[in-house]
Design a protein around this ligand. Structure first.
Ligand code: NAP
Length: 277
């Protein structure tokens, strides 16, 4: 019988996950199917019960359910627990266990595309929302601890640093401070929603003082290059968009469900083609 997987979110119709996972199932000759499920905020508890009753083997969780799903699961992995968000659920011995592959997906994508070794490098994370927290804690848990957080609401950056269960050497800065000190960093990770629709003509920080030694990673991939990434590339910096993170978080979820790591280069091509480029 076909094994069923999926993704829950609201909205969900533009998700790139179904096309990416269904192609990987086909490539690997796995008798499985991945379906997008639209779930309203108020229905999350009954959705989880229903998924279990229907024998769904695993699913992804996206906006706005990544945190609110947690009390309805049977167990949470320690990293996901400290991040406070789950993006992957796996059926393990009849229990739904929650994981977070966003941070590790980001790190794998960074290692794939950054032209220099990230060892002992100074990192700035722009933003202090859910994605920033996942990336900060994953970097810290992997020994990358010279990471400062620059955010419009500086208290949110301070909170992420204070609550981090791993040792760090970090401070929280305002956008103005971050912009002035931008050349103190080797890697800038842009995690705010600025650059996405409707903010496609905006950048969260001025790059006036940026010089070309900095690698700029913007986790947005639609639009393909945000204004910030375009400005950085125009200053001869190297950089990447959010495709590598998206594909790797999905590939890690796929591996947890099936025990097989799919071909991430093929996944990148499929998502890129679907986005029109
Ligand atoms: P979130 O929790 O809502 O955080 C949003 C962040 O953007 C906060 O730091 C917020 O600052 C900042 N922000 C919002 N409006 C701003 C403005 N006008 N000026 C300056 N800063 C502003 O969102 P999230 O879940 O972390 O997601 C953030 C982005 O990452 C989204 O674009 C999402 O699509 C993308 N993402 C990509 C992947 C991937 O796989 N590539 C995975 C996850 C997320 P305040 O704290 O001051 O409000």
């Amino acid at each position: 019988m076909k094994q069923l997987y999926g993704v829950i979110g609201d909205p969900i119709e533009h998700s790139m996950s179904p096309i990416m996972h269904n192609d990987a199932f086909k490539q690997l000759n796995l008798n499985a199917y991945y379906h997008p499920f639209h779930v309203n905020r108020t229905d999350i508890g009954s959705a989880v019960k229903g998924m279990k009753a229907l024998g769904i083997r695993g699913f992804n969780v996206t906006i706005p359910h990544k945190s609110t799903i947690m009390p309805y699961l049977d167990g949470i992995d320690p990293l996901a627990n400290s991040i406070g968000a789950v993006n992957t659920v796996v059926l393990e011995g009849g229990d739904f266990i929650g994981y977070n592959t966003d941070g590790l997906g980001f790190l794998k994508g960074l290692l794939e595309e950054c032209p220099f070794s990230i060892d002992k490098k100074k990192v700035m994370i722009l933003g202090a929302g859910g994605a920033a927290r996942a990336i900060f804690y994953t970097l810290a848990s992997n020994g990358i601890n010279s990471v400062d957080i620059v955010n419009r609401t500086v208290q949110k950056g301070e909170q992420i640093i204070e609550e981090c269960p791993y040792s760090t050497n970090s401070k929280a800065l305002t956008l103005a401070e971050g912009s002035l000190k931008i050349n103190d960093y080797d890697i800038i990770i842009q995690t705010t929603s600025i650059g996405m629709y409707p903010y496609i003509n905006e950048a969260p920080i001025s790059l006036e003082y940026l010089s070309k030694h900095v690698f700029v990673s913007d986790i947005i991939y639609n639009p393909w290059n945000t204004r910030l990434l375009k400005e950085a590339l125009a200053k001869s910096c190297s950089g990447q968009n959010g495709l590598a993170m998206f594909v790797n978080q999905g590939a890690l979820a796929f591996e947890k469900w099936t025990g097989v790591l799919p071909d991430t280069n093929r996944m990148k091509k499929i998502v890129k083609r679907q986005l029109g480029g």
